[in-house]
Design a protein around this ligand. Structure first.
Ligand SMILES: [Zn+2]
Length: 397
């Protein structure tokens, strides 16, 4: 059975023995191994493999330059110590759905493609959905090339090491035109379906969300010889910012998360000279998220620091007609919105008719090694994706 076989093939790639989670960061060896796997899947099915200027991989059946096609797929990279499902479930389900359709002799009237979006999580260079943002022109190629990872390696250098030509990075209108409809299947990152006791939902919208870097300056000094009164310790400001960002999130009814901190020089017996913390903020309404960030910004200024926006995506509604069509097709599947960003949202913002399918996550846990979906629910997802492709690509008009 395709699904179980493909799942087993990807299971060991980029897995940390220590945490059991995945470290599949863009353009690292683990990522390159995943990209080779994707290329092999395309070849095994006789699909045409192409890589666009943004580094995204496409596997097409039919000629999408003659007429735009139906695209399914997701991403294969992960957050630090991420789960097995976020991303790979959508790519594996795409190939499994194509196999299921081929078995029943389905001949699509439109081209059908599978995509592996590059660098979706932004775990290495800080910008989520970098592949789809570059593709659509939402991320400037010069800015992307200059982004640095935690070791100071630029994206341009990482691309060169991965055998790509960074000077070609950028907006790819020709590739974008090939996508008539995009359907991204994804594990649900919440408990909506578990509460509804349904295996599959159709996505309606992605909440407004963004990332900010906060820099808090201090003065490096000895932990044993510097009197408390003489210290400029940015860790105290950090603690204050984190606590008050949380309080503001409760006040505005949104989410605020400080999940990444960089401390310089990061020594046990040294007062830090500088602390950077990243704020992830999102919520159902953009003005509430903006109000939270403004409050945090004022607090940061009071501490002598600076806040810099790294990315912002406004509320993204998926194609409502398409969502209704898929929900009807899938036995009145529930329609849910999500607080998680996706490449589907970037494509929707670029004007591509886009839909998402969510597969039940019994605990709602995601971006963690504990992320999980029952095998039966994954298979229900494959069946739903196959039905969607059959419906959307079976139609000659
Ligand atoms: Zn994802």
């Amino acid at each position: 059975m395709t699904f179980a076989r493909l799942w087993a093939e990807l299971e060991p790639v980029g897995r940390s023995a220590a945490s059991g989670g995945y470290r599949r960061f863009a353009w690292t060896d683990a990522d390159l191994q995943l990209r080779e796997w994707f290329a092999a899947q395309a070849e095994a099915r006789g699909l045409d493999l192409t890589t666009d200027r943004a580094g995204n991989q496409w596997a097409w059946s039919g000629d999408p330059d003659a007429r735009p096609g139906v695209v399914v797929g997701s991403h294969l990279d992960s957050v630090p110590d991420g789960g097995a499902y976020d991303g790979p479930l959508g790519v594996i389900s795409a190939f499994a759905a194509l196999d299921a359709l081929a078995e029943r002799g389905f001949a699509p009237a439109r081209p059908v493609g599978v995509v592996n979006f590059a660098d979706e999580e932004g775990a290495r260079f800080g910008i989520a959905c970098a592949g789809s943002r570059l593709l659509t022109g939402a991320l400037d190629a010069d800015r992307a090339r200059g982004l640095r990872d935690g070791d100071g390696v630029t994206m341009a250098e990482a691309l060169t090491r991965a055998g790509r030509e960074p000077e070609h990075l950028g907006h790819d209108e020709e590739v974008l035109r090939r996508i008539g409809t995009f359907v991204e299947l994804h594990v649900e990152q919440g408990r909506g379906l578990a509460d509804l006791r349904r295996p599959v939902a159709v996505g309606t919208a992605i909440w407004p969300h963004g990332r900010w870097r906060i820099d808090l300056p201090g003065e490096a000094n000895h932990a044993g010889t510097t009197r408390l009164a003489d210290r400029r310790d940015p860790m105290l400001a950090l603690a204050d910012v984190i606590q008050r960002a949380r309080a503001a999130a409760e006040r505005y009814g949104v989410f605020a998360t400080c999940g990444k901190v960089r401390v310089e020089p990061n020594g046990v017996n040294a007062i830090p000279s500088h602390v950077s913390v990243w704020l992830d903020a999102r919520g159902g309404e953009s003005d509430r998220v903006e109000a939270l960030v403004a409050d945090v910004g004022r607090l940061v200024a009071d501490h002598g620091g600076a806040i810099t926006g790294e990315s912002w995506t406004d509320r993204t509604g998926f194609d409502a007609t398409l969502a209704d069509r898929l929900a009807r097709l899938l036995g009145d599947a529930p329609q849910l919105d999500t607080g998680a960003g996706h490449d589907a949202g970037i494509l929707a913002n670029a004007g591509v008719p886009t839909a998402m399918l969510f597969v039940r996550n019994p605990t709602g846990v995601s971006h963690s090694p504990a992320e999980f979906a029952e095998q039966d629910d994954c298979l229900a997802g494959v069946a739903a994706l196959a039905a969607a492709i059959e419906d959307l690509a079976g139609d000659a008009v």
